[in-house]
Ligand binder design. Structure first.
Ligand code: NFE
Ligand code: MG
Length: 568
C-alpha cells in the first residue's frame, strides 16, 4: 500500500478541485479527480425564454466569461436553423479570439509558470546575463538590461520587506525546480509584463462586448452593436483603430515572449515531455465561422484516436452529425442519479443531484463523465493543435514548427511532435494555439472593416420561435477546449438545457466503463519527489488549465432560493 495524498483545494485555478493520489516507490500509481462544489445553471434554465439563456449561462464562469454566452446563442440559432449576419460573426469572432488570447497568457504566466519558475532563485541572477540570454532569444523590447535590473531590485524589495506578495506560497527551493537564476529572472520579468499586456486583450472584449467580465452585446440572431463609419455613439472606425493597436501589441508579446518562454521551459524541463500524456484521444470543434450559416471555419476541428494523427476525422459544420451523435455523459461515479442506468445523450440529459461523500470506488465528484462514441477524450489546446495539424492547417504548422525548433535548439537535441503528448506539450500547444489566435484576431478585424467598407452594416436577424419542439446544439472551441450547449425548446420555452464543458471532459471522474478521465490518467506514472510537497501533481493538473466552475455549472446546495426573478 502506497502513501495516499490529497491536494484539496488545488490553487491557481478557477473553482474547487480535489486531487487524490496513491504514491508508491516515488511514482503515482492511482489518481482521482473530484469537483467539490455544486452549482445549478442547467436547472435554472428550465421554462425560460431561449433568448435569455446566454445572459444566464454566461454566469457559469467568471474566467471564461464570454464562452458560455457564445455557445448558448449558437445553440438556440442551431435549433431555429438561423443565419447570423457576417458582421455579427466577425464581431463575435474578435471577442472570442481576444478572450482566448487573454486566457492563455494569464494561464501560462499567472496560473502555472510558478510551477516551473523559482522566484526566489531569480534573486541570485546576474541581470545583465539574463538580458543577454533574453535578447538572444527574441526581439521583445522589454528584455533589456535596465528592465532585468529593475525587476531584480523590485523582487529584492518584496523579499527584504518579508512579503512575497503575489509570489507567496510557491514551492521555492523544491528539488524539482531546475531553471538557472537568469532564466528565472527572465520569466519573472515577463510575468510582470504579462500583467500589463493581458489588459489590452480585455480592452478589446470590453469595447466590442460592452463589458468584461460578462459581455452584454449578444442576441440570438446576431449582436447588438450598432455599426457606423462615423457616428460617435456607435462602433466607429476610430474605436476599431484602437482595437487594431491592441491586437498588434498582443501579437508582439505572444510571438516574441510567450511562445519563446514556453519553448525555454520545455527545453529545460525536457524530462516532463515524458510525463502526463494520459488520454490520447483528442477532440476539438471547428471555430471562427466565416459565413452566415456556420459551414466554413477558419480553425478546423475533428477527432484523433489513440495519438494517431492519421486517424483524424473532421467535424465541419454547426450541423455536423458525426459530432452531434457522438457525445454522451455518464454519472456512474458522479453525485447525480439518472432515471435509468447508462450514459445519456445531452438532448436527453438529466441533472438530479445525489451526494454520497467521497467514495473512491463509487461516486466521488460533481462532474459528469463525457465520452465521444464511448471513448474518453482529451480536449483543449493540445487536442486543438494536433487536430489542426492533422487537418493541414498552415498557420498551426508554422507556429508548431517554430516552437519545436526553438525547443530543439535550446535543448541541443531534436524534439519532435511526439513530445507534445505530455505535461509540457499542453503548455507548448497552448502557446502555439495562442499565436494562431492572435493572427486570427488581425484577420477578423480586416474582414469586419472591409465588410463595413462595402456598406454592409447589418448585425442582427430576428429569431422566430415556431410552435412545437426544436433541438439545437451550439459549440465553441473555448480556451480549455470543446464547449457545447444543448437545448430543447418547446413552444418557445426551454424544456431541457445541458452544458458539456471543457473541464468536464478533462477533469471528469471514471466513466461508465470505470476508465479514468484525462486528469486522472495523466497523473499515473508521474514522479513525486516528496509527497508532502506535491509540486509534480500541480504541474500536470495545471497544464490542463482547470476550471471547475465551468465543469459543474450548477449553486450552493444549502443556499435555497436566494432570489426570485420573474421573466415576462
Ligand atoms: Ni471557466 Fe471554461 C468553459 C472551461 S473555457 S473556463 O466552457 O472548462 O476554457
Ligand atoms: Mg453539464
Amino acid at each position: 500500500m502506497g502513501t495516499r495524498i490529497t491536494v484539496d483545494p488545488v490553487t491557481r485555478i478557477e473553482g474547487h478541485l480535489r486531487i487524490d493520489c496513491e504514491v508508491d516507490g516515488g511514482k503515482i500509481t492511482k489518481a482521482w479527480s473530484s469537483g467539490q462544489m455544486w452549482r445549478g445553471v442547467e436547472l435554472i434554465m428550465l421554462g425560460r425564454d431561449p433568448r435569455d439563456a446566454w445572459t444566464i449561462t454566461q454566469r457559469i464562469c467568471g474566467v471564461c466569461t464570454t464562452v458560455h454566452a457564445i455557445a448558448s446563442v449558437r445553440a438556440v440559432e442551431n435549433a431555429l436553423q438561423m443565419e447570423v449576419p457576417l458582421n455579427a460573426q466577425y464581431i463575435r469572432n474578435l471577442i472570442i479570439m481576444a478572450h482566448a488570447v487573454h486566457d492563455h497568457i494569464v494561464h501560462f504566466y499567472h496560473l502555472s509558470a510558478l510551477d516551473w519558475v523559482d522566484v526566489t532563485s531569480a534573486l541570485k541572477a546576474d541581470p545583465d546575463k539574463a538580458a543577454s540570454l533574453a535578447e538572444s532569444l527574441s526581439s521583445w523590447s522589454g528584455n533589456g538590461k535596465e528592465q532585468m535590473r529593475a525587476v531584480k531590485a523590485r523582487l529584492a524589495g518584496f523579499v527584504n520587506g518579508g512579503q512575497l506578495g503575489i509570489f507567496t506560497n510557491g514551492y521555492w527551493g523544491h528539488p524539482a525546480m531546475k531553471l538557472s537564476p537568469e532564466v528565472n529572472l527572465m520569466a519573472v520579468s515577463h510575468y510582470l509584463q504579462a500583467l500589463e499586456i493581458q489588459r489590452k486583450a480585455n480592452k478589446i472584449v470590453t469595447i466590442l462586448g460592452a463589458k468584461t467580465p460578462h459581455i452584454q452585446n449578444l442576441a440570438v440572431g446576431g449582436v447588438s452593436n450598432a455599426l457606423s463609419l462615423d457616428s460617435p455613439s456607435v462602433l466607429t472606425l476610430e474605436r476599431l483603430m484602437a482595437v487594431k493597436g491592441w491586437i498588434d501589441e498582443l501579437s508582439d508579446f505572444v510571438k516574441n515572449v510567450y511562445l519563446i518562454d514556453v519553448a525555454a521551459v520545455g527545453a529545460f524541463y525536457a524530462d516532463w515531455t515524458q510525463y502526463g500524456a494520459g488520454v490520447t484521444n483528442y477532440l476539438c470543434v471547428p471555430d471562427i465561422p466565416l459565413d452566415t450559416r456556420g459551414t466554413r471555419f477558419a480553425l478546423p476541428g475533428g477527432y484523433i484516436a489513440a495519438a494517431d494523427l492519421a486517424s483524424h476525422k473532421p467535424i465541419t459544420s454547426f450541423n455536423d452529425a458525426y459530432w452531434q451523435k457522438g457525445v454522451e455523459e455518464s454519472v456512474k461515479h458522479s453525485w447525480y442519479n439518472y432515471d435509468a442506468p447508462g450514459p445519456l445523450h445531452p438532448y436527453q440529459g438529466e441533472t438530479k443531484p445525489n451526494y454520497t461523500d467521497f467514495q473512491e470506488n463509487a461516486k466521488y465528484s460533481w462532474l459528469k463523465s463525457p465520452t465521444f462514441y464511448g471513448q474518453v477524450a482529451q480536449v483543449g489546446p493540445l487536442a486543438r493543435v494536433l487536430n489542426m495539424l492533422a487537418a493541414g492547417h498552415e498557420p498551426t504548422k508554422k507556429y508548431a514548427t517554430l516552437a519545436l525548433d526553438t525547443v530543439s535548439s535550446l535543448a541541443k537535441t531534436k524534439v519532435g511532435l511526439s513530445a507534445m503528448h505530455s505535461t509540457i506539450g499542453r503548455h507548448a500547444a497552448r502557446a502555439i494555439s495562442c499565436a494562431v489566435q492572435v493572427d486570427m484576431l488581425a484577420d477578423q478585424w480586416s474582414l469586419l472593416v472591409n465588410n463595413m467598407a462595402k456598406g454592409d452594416m447589418s448585425t442582427y436577424n430576428h429569431p422566430v420561435f415556431p410552435k412545437g419542439e426544436q433541438m439545437g446544439v451550439g459549440y465553441h472551441e473555448a480556451p480549455r477546449g470543446v464547449l457545447s450547449h444543448w437545448v430543447v425548446i418547446d413552444d418557445g420555452k426551454v424544456k431541457n438545457y445541458q452544458c458539456v464543458v471543457p473541464s468536464t471532459w478533462n477533469a471528469c471522474p471514471r466513466n461508465e466503463k470505470d476508465e479514468p478521465g484525462p486528469y486522472e490518467a495523466s497523473l499515473i506514472g508521474n514522479p513525486m519527489a516528496n509527497p508532502e510537497l506535491p509540486l509534480e501533481v500541480l504541474r500536470t493538473v495545471h497544464s490542463f488549465d482547470p476550471c471547475i466552475a465551468c465543469a459543474i455549472h450548477v449553486t450552493d446546495k444549502d443556499g435555497g432560493d436566494t432570489y426570485t426573478v420573474r421573466a415576462k
